[in-house]
Write a protein of this length. Structure first.
Length: 128
């Protein structure tokens, strides 16, 4: 029984960490939202990962307008990605300032329904 909990815990940690890999996090967030949508911890990290992806993508356009500001924003967001991974690896629950507040407003039920065509209330074990 103990080994099974460790396996689940390491699986949750792996998918959560994948949500913080710059630029690839969009793919991993979508995959984890479909495969492990019933695990609140993964939903939390995938929401933060999605916000970081959008901000990182926008920072590339900001670089075209203001090179210095865009680069500062870009590298700040890379640091946020690293902080998210480090927090996960040290088993620390961390709401990234600014990112976490926006991430909390993402309609995960809508995303799940859009990606799978299923009603989340029928398939999710834990509901908010």
């Amino acid at each position: 029984m103990e080994g099974n909990n460790t396996l689940i815990s390491s699986k949750v940690k792996l998918w959560s960490v994948l949500c913080y890999i710059p630029f690839a996090n969009l793919i991993f967030c979508v995959l984890s939202s479909v495969k492990y949508a019933d695990i609140e911890s993964i939903r939390f990290h995938l929401r933060q990962g999605l916000v970081l992806f959008v901000l990182l993508f926008l920072s590339l356009f900001i670089i075209l307008v203001s090179y210095v500001f865009g680069l500062v924003l870009f590298f700040s967001l890379i640091i946020y990605h690293i902080i998210g991974v480090l927090a996960l690896l040290t088993d620390t629950f961390l709401i990234l300032p600014g990112v976490g507040q926006v991430a909390g407003k993402i309609p995960e039920f809508f995303l799940y329904r859009l990606l799978t065509g299923k009603d989340p209330s029928e398939t999710w074990v834990s509901k908010e």
